[in-house]
Design a binder for this molecule. Sequence first.
Ligand SMILES: NC(=O)c1ccc[n+]([C@@H]2O[C@H](COP(=O)([O-])OP(=O)(O)OC[C@H]3O[C@@H](n4cnc5c(N)ncnc54)[C@H](OP(=O)(O)O)[C@@H]3O)[C@@H](O)[C@H]2O)c1
Length: 257
Amino acid sequence: MQTETKKVALVTGANTGVGFQIAKSLADNGYIVYVGARNQEKGGAAVAEIGGQSKAVQLDITDLQSIDAAVTQIQSEAGYLTLLVNNAAISNAGNPGRTMEEVLGAQRASIAPIDEMKTVWETNVFGTLAVTQAFLPLLRKAETARIVTVSSALGSLTLNASPANPYRSAFDAVYGASKTALNGIFLSLAIDLESTNIKVHLVSPGFTATALNNFQGTDTVEEGSIEPIRVALAEDMATGSFTGPANYAGSDNIVPW
Ligand SMILES: NC(=O)c1ccc[n+]([C@@H]2O[C@H](COP(=O)([O-])OP(=O)(O)OC[C@H]3O[C@@H](n4cnc5c(N)ncnc54)[C@H](OP(=O)(O)O)[C@@H]3O)[C@@H](O)[C@H]2O)c1
Protein backbone atom coordinates (compact mmCIF):
# COMPACT_ATOMS: atom_id res chain seq x y z
CA MET A 1 0.00 0.00 0.00
CA GLN A 2 1.25 3.52 -0.69
CA THR A 3 0.01 7.00 0.17
CA GLU A 4 -1.35 8.69 -2.88
CA THR A 5 -3.13 11.93 -3.47
CA LYS A 6 -4.39 11.53 -7.01
CA LYS A 7 -7.22 9.20 -7.86
CA VAL A 8 -6.40 7.03 -10.85
CA ALA A 9 -9.14 5.31 -12.89
CA LEU A 10 -9.28 2.99 -15.87
CA VAL A 11 -12.47 2.71 -17.92
CA THR A 12 -12.64 -0.10 -20.49
CA GLY A 13 -14.41 0.56 -23.79
CA ALA A 14 -14.31 4.29 -23.06
CA ASN A 15 -14.00 5.58 -26.62
CA THR A 16 -17.78 5.82 -27.06
CA GLY A 17 -21.20 5.32 -25.45
CA VAL A 18 -21.67 4.95 -21.69
CA GLY A 19 -17.94 4.35 -21.10
CA PHE A 20 -17.04 7.67 -22.71
CA GLN A 21 -19.56 9.47 -20.46
CA ILE A 22 -18.13 7.79 -17.35
CA ALA A 23 -14.54 8.64 -18.34
CA LYS A 24 -15.47 12.26 -19.06
CA SER A 25 -17.20 12.63 -15.73
CA LEU A 26 -14.25 11.12 -13.83
CA ALA A 27 -11.87 13.52 -15.62
CA ASP A 28 -14.19 16.44 -14.81
CA ASN A 29 -14.01 15.34 -11.16
CA GLY A 30 -10.23 15.42 -10.98
CA TYR A 31 -9.33 11.80 -11.68
CA ILE A 32 -6.41 10.78 -13.83
CA VAL A 33 -8.42 8.67 -16.28
CA TYR A 34 -7.04 5.96 -18.50
CA VAL A 35 -9.38 5.78 -21.47
CA GLY A 36 -9.35 2.15 -22.58
CA ALA A 37 -10.02 1.51 -26.26
CA ARG A 38 -9.27 -1.53 -28.38
CA ASN A 39 -8.72 0.80 -31.35
CA GLN A 40 -5.87 3.21 -30.62
CA GLU A 41 -7.10 5.94 -32.99
CA LYS A 42 -10.55 5.95 -31.40
CA GLY A 43 -8.93 6.09 -27.95
CA GLY A 44 -6.82 9.07 -28.99
CA ALA A 45 -9.85 10.90 -30.37
CA ALA A 46 -11.77 10.28 -27.13
CA VAL A 47 -8.89 11.61 -25.00
CA ALA A 48 -8.74 14.76 -27.18
CA GLU A 49 -12.44 15.33 -26.44
CA ILE A 50 -12.34 14.41 -22.74
CA GLY A 51 -9.30 16.54 -21.89
CA GLY A 52 -8.36 17.04 -18.22
CA GLN A 53 -5.93 14.40 -17.05
CA SER A 54 -7.11 11.70 -19.44
CA LYS A 55 -4.71 9.34 -21.18
CA ALA A 56 -5.22 6.72 -23.83
CA VAL A 57 -4.48 3.07 -23.21
CA GLN A 58 -4.86 0.39 -25.87
CA LEU A 59 -6.92 -2.36 -24.29
CA ASP A 60 -8.73 -5.25 -25.93
CA ILE A 61 -10.24 -7.15 -23.01
CA THR A 62 -10.16 -10.46 -24.93
CA ASP A 63 -6.42 -10.20 -25.63
CA LEU A 64 -4.14 -11.20 -22.75
CA GLN A 65 -1.11 -9.46 -24.29
CA SER A 66 -3.08 -6.24 -24.59
CA ILE A 67 -4.22 -6.57 -20.95
CA ASP A 68 -0.64 -7.18 -19.77
CA ALA A 69 0.62 -4.16 -21.74
CA ALA A 70 -2.09 -1.96 -20.20
CA VAL A 71 -1.14 -3.12 -16.69
CA THR A 72 2.54 -2.38 -17.43
CA GLN A 73 1.71 1.10 -18.76
CA ILE A 74 -0.43 2.08 -15.77
CA GLN A 75 2.03 0.49 -13.31
CA SER A 76 4.93 2.51 -14.72
CA GLU A 77 3.03 5.80 -15.17
CA ALA A 78 0.80 5.82 -12.08
CA GLY A 79 1.96 2.96 -9.84
CA TYR A 80 -1.53 2.14 -8.52
CA LEU A 81 -5.21 2.15 -9.55
CA THR A 82 -8.02 3.64 -7.46
CA LEU A 83 -10.95 2.69 -9.67
CA LEU A 84 -11.47 0.08 -12.38
CA VAL A 85 -14.63 0.56 -14.45
CA ASN A 86 -15.41 -2.58 -16.44
CA ASN A 87 -17.61 -1.14 -19.15
CA ALA A 88 -16.64 -2.84 -22.42
CA ALA A 89 -19.16 -5.31 -23.81
CA ILE A 90 -20.77 -6.51 -27.03
CA SER A 91 -24.38 -7.50 -27.66
CA ASN A 92 -23.86 -9.99 -30.46
CA ALA A 93 -21.27 -11.62 -32.68
CA GLY A 94 -23.39 -12.11 -35.78
CA ASN A 95 -23.88 -10.08 -38.95
CA PRO A 96 -23.60 -6.34 -38.34
CA GLY A 97 -26.35 -3.91 -39.30
CA ARG A 98 -29.26 -5.88 -37.81
CA THR A 99 -32.02 -4.25 -35.80
CA MET A 100 -32.20 -5.00 -32.08
CA GLU A 101 -35.31 -7.13 -32.70
CA GLU A 102 -33.47 -9.20 -35.31
CA VAL A 103 -30.53 -9.73 -32.95
CA LEU A 104 -32.73 -10.70 -29.99
CA GLY A 105 -34.81 -13.03 -32.21
CA ALA A 106 -31.66 -14.85 -33.32
CA GLN A 107 -30.29 -15.11 -29.78
CA ARG A 108 -33.19 -17.00 -28.18
CA ALA A 109 -31.97 -19.96 -26.12
CA SER A 110 -33.63 -22.48 -28.47
CA ILE A 111 -31.63 -21.38 -31.52
CA ALA A 112 -28.71 -19.21 -30.40
CA PRO A 113 -25.57 -20.10 -32.41
CA ILE A 114 -23.18 -21.52 -29.80
CA ASP A 115 -20.09 -20.03 -31.47
CA GLU A 116 -21.63 -16.54 -31.37
CA MET A 117 -22.63 -17.09 -27.76
CA LYS A 118 -19.05 -18.08 -26.87
CA THR A 119 -17.70 -14.95 -28.57
CA VAL A 120 -20.05 -12.67 -26.62
CA TRP A 121 -19.31 -14.42 -23.30
CA GLU A 122 -15.56 -14.28 -24.09
CA THR A 123 -15.86 -10.47 -24.01
CA ASN A 124 -18.64 -9.78 -21.52
CA VAL A 125 -17.79 -12.45 -18.96
CA PHE A 126 -14.29 -13.94 -19.29
CA GLY A 127 -12.58 -10.82 -20.68
CA THR A 128 -14.08 -8.67 -17.94
CA LEU A 129 -12.86 -11.04 -15.23
CA ALA A 130 -9.42 -11.37 -16.88
CA VAL A 131 -8.96 -7.57 -16.86
CA THR A 132 -10.09 -7.43 -13.24
CA GLN A 133 -7.70 -10.17 -12.10
CA ALA A 134 -4.82 -8.51 -13.98
CA PHE A 135 -5.41 -5.13 -12.30
CA LEU A 136 -5.90 -6.48 -8.75
CA PRO A 137 -2.23 -5.93 -7.80
CA LEU A 138 -2.51 -2.23 -8.78
CA LEU A 139 -5.87 -1.89 -6.99
CA ARG A 140 -4.28 -3.42 -3.87
CA LYS A 141 -1.60 -0.70 -3.99
CA ALA A 142 -4.20 2.07 -3.59
CA GLU A 143 -5.28 3.11 -0.09
CA THR A 144 -8.86 2.21 -0.95
CA ALA A 145 -10.06 1.00 -4.32
CA ARG A 146 -13.23 0.13 -6.18
CA ILE A 147 -14.25 -2.06 -9.10
CA VAL A 148 -17.40 -0.82 -10.85
CA THR A 149 -18.71 -3.25 -13.45
CA VAL A 150 -21.32 -2.11 -15.94
CA SER A 151 -23.91 -4.87 -16.05
CA SER A 152 -27.56 -4.68 -17.08
CA ALA A 153 -30.94 -4.92 -15.41
CA LEU A 154 -31.63 -7.30 -18.31
CA GLY A 155 -29.40 -9.79 -16.45
CA SER A 156 -31.66 -9.85 -13.37
CA LEU A 157 -33.08 -13.35 -12.82
CA THR A 158 -35.65 -11.96 -10.38
CA LEU A 159 -37.04 -9.47 -12.92
CA ASN A 160 -37.06 -12.00 -15.77
CA ALA A 161 -38.61 -14.79 -13.72
CA SER A 162 -41.73 -12.69 -13.27
CA PRO A 163 -44.41 -13.17 -15.97
CA ALA A 164 -45.62 -9.67 -15.03
CA ASN A 165 -42.46 -8.20 -16.58
CA PRO A 166 -43.49 -7.11 -20.12
CA TYR A 167 -39.84 -6.89 -21.25
CA ARG A 168 -38.76 -10.42 -20.28
CA SER A 169 -38.80 -11.64 -23.90
CA ALA A 170 -35.65 -9.52 -24.35
CA PHE A 171 -33.83 -11.83 -21.89
CA ASP A 172 -31.81 -13.78 -24.45
CA ALA A 173 -29.21 -16.51 -23.93
CA VAL A 174 -26.35 -14.69 -25.63
CA TYR A 175 -26.31 -11.14 -24.21
CA GLY A 176 -28.86 -11.01 -21.35
CA ALA A 177 -27.65 -14.22 -19.75
CA SER A 178 -24.02 -13.06 -20.13
CA LYS A 179 -24.91 -10.21 -17.77
CA THR A 180 -26.47 -12.72 -15.32
CA ALA A 181 -23.19 -14.66 -15.36
CA LEU A 182 -21.26 -11.41 -14.88
CA ASN A 183 -23.45 -10.56 -11.88
CA GLY A 184 -22.76 -13.96 -10.34
CA ILE A 185 -19.02 -13.71 -10.83
CA PHE A 186 -18.74 -10.16 -9.50
CA LEU A 187 -20.92 -10.90 -6.47
CA SER A 188 -18.55 -13.79 -5.85
CA LEU A 189 -15.63 -11.34 -6.19
CA ALA A 190 -17.27 -8.93 -3.72
CA ILE A 191 -17.46 -11.77 -1.18
CA ASP A 192 -13.90 -12.84 -2.00
CA LEU A 193 -12.54 -9.30 -1.43
CA GLU A 194 -14.76 -8.44 1.56
CA SER A 195 -11.87 -8.12 4.01
CA THR A 196 -9.63 -6.12 1.65
CA ASN A 197 -9.33 -2.46 0.60
CA ILE A 198 -11.32 -3.14 -2.59
CA LYS A 199 -15.09 -2.67 -2.97
CA VAL A 200 -17.06 -4.21 -5.82
CA HIS A 201 -20.17 -2.72 -7.44
CA LEU A 202 -22.43 -3.70 -10.34
CA VAL A 203 -24.49 -1.07 -12.12
CA SER A 204 -26.98 -0.90 -14.97
CA PRO A 205 -27.34 2.08 -17.29
CA GLY A 206 -30.75 3.01 -18.62
CA PHE A 207 -31.96 1.67 -21.98
CA THR A 208 -29.57 3.92 -23.86
CA ALA A 209 -29.24 4.72 -27.56
CA THR A 210 -25.76 3.37 -28.40
CA ALA A 211 -24.17 1.14 -31.04
CA LEU A 212 -24.83 -1.81 -28.70
CA ASN A 213 -28.57 -1.74 -29.54
CA ASN A 214 -28.43 -0.19 -33.01
CA PHE A 215 -29.18 3.18 -31.32
CA GLN A 216 -32.71 1.95 -30.49
CA GLY A 217 -32.44 2.69 -26.75
CA THR A 218 -34.93 5.22 -25.42
CA ASP A 219 -32.53 7.22 -23.20
CA THR A 220 -29.91 9.59 -24.58
CA VAL A 221 -26.38 8.55 -23.70
CA GLU A 222 -26.24 11.37 -21.11
CA GLU A 223 -29.51 10.21 -19.45
CA GLY A 224 -28.64 6.52 -19.58
CA SER A 225 -25.21 7.10 -18.00
CA ILE A 226 -26.48 8.93 -14.88
CA GLU A 227 -26.52 5.89 -12.56
CA PRO A 228 -23.17 4.42 -13.78
CA ILE A 229 -21.58 7.86 -13.25
CA ARG A 230 -23.13 8.15 -9.77
CA VAL A 231 -21.71 4.77 -8.77
CA ALA A 232 -18.31 5.47 -10.39
CA LEU A 233 -17.99 8.65 -8.31
CA ALA A 234 -19.52 7.32 -5.04
CA GLU A 235 -16.95 6.25 -2.48
CA ASP A 236 -19.36 5.43 0.34
CA MET A 237 -21.48 2.61 -1.10
CA ALA A 238 -21.43 -0.80 0.60
CA THR A 239 -19.61 -3.45 -1.39
CA GLY A 240 -21.66 -6.03 -3.31
CA SER A 241 -24.24 -3.57 -4.66
CA PHE A 242 -26.28 -3.89 -7.87
CA THR A 243 -28.05 -0.68 -8.78
CA GLY A 244 -29.71 0.88 -11.79
CA PRO A 245 -32.02 3.69 -12.87
CA ALA A 246 -35.16 4.12 -10.78
CA ASN A 247 -37.43 2.84 -13.57
CA TYR A 248 -35.80 -0.63 -13.33
CA ALA A 249 -34.97 -0.43 -9.69
CA GLY A 250 -36.79 1.10 -6.76
CA SER A 251 -36.38 4.67 -5.59
CA ASP A 252 -33.30 3.34 -3.77
CA ASN A 253 -31.88 2.33 -7.18
CA ILE A 254 -31.39 -1.29 -6.04
CA VAL A 255 -31.90 -3.85 -8.83
CA PRO A 256 -32.95 -7.34 -7.68
CA TRP A 257 -30.38 -10.03 -8.54
N1 LIG B 1 -26.97 0.77 -24.12
C1 LIG B 1 -27.79 0.20 -23.25
O1 LIG B 1 -29.03 0.32 -23.32
C2 LIG B 1 -27.23 -0.66 -22.14
C3 LIG B 1 -28.13 -1.20 -21.22
C4 LIG B 1 -27.64 -1.99 -20.19
C5 LIG B 1 -26.28 -2.22 -20.10
N2 LIG B 1 -25.40 -1.67 -21.02
C6 LIG B 1 -23.97 -1.92 -20.84
O2 LIG B 1 -23.29 -0.68 -20.86
C7 LIG B 1 -21.93 -0.90 -21.26
C8 LIG B 1 -21.56 0.09 -22.35
O3 LIG B 1 -22.35 -0.20 -23.50
P1 LIG B 1 -22.79 0.94 -24.52
O4 LIG B 1 -24.25 0.89 -24.61
O5 LIG B 1 -22.10 2.20 -24.23
O6 LIG B 1 -22.23 0.28 -25.89
P2 LIG B 1 -21.25 0.81 -27.03
O7 LIG B 1 -21.52 2.22 -27.35
O8 LIG B 1 -21.33 -0.22 -28.09
O9 LIG B 1 -19.81 0.75 -26.31
C9 LIG B 1 -19.20 -0.47 -26.02
C10 LIG B 1 -17.72 -0.20 -25.83
O10 LIG B 1 -17.06 -1.46 -25.55
C11 LIG B 1 -15.96 -1.59 -26.42
N3 LIG B 1 -15.58 -2.97 -26.62
C12 LIG B 1 -16.27 -3.99 -27.17
N4 LIG B 1 -15.53 -5.11 -27.18
C13 LIG B 1 -14.33 -4.80 -26.61
C14 LIG B 1 -13.14 -5.52 -26.33
N5 LIG B 1 -12.99 -6.80 -26.67
N6 LIG B 1 -12.13 -4.87 -25.72
C15 LIG B 1 -12.24 -3.57 -25.38
N7 LIG B 1 -13.32 -2.81 -25.66
C16 LIG B 1 -14.36 -3.44 -26.26
C17 LIG B 1 -16.40 -0.90 -27.70
O11 LIG B 1 -15.28 -0.62 -28.54
P3 LIG B 1 -15.48 -0.31 -30.14
O12 LIG B 1 -15.96 1.12 -30.24
O13 LIG B 1 -14.10 -0.54 -30.67
O14 LIG B 1 -16.49 -1.31 -30.64
C18 LIG B 1 -17.04 0.36 -27.09
O15 LIG B 1 -16.03 1.25 -26.71
C19 LIG B 1 -21.86 -2.36 -21.68
O16 LIG B 1 -21.34 -3.13 -20.62
C20 LIG B 1 -23.31 -2.72 -21.93
O17 LIG B 1 -23.55 -4.10 -21.81
C21 LIG B 1 -25.86 -0.89 -22.03
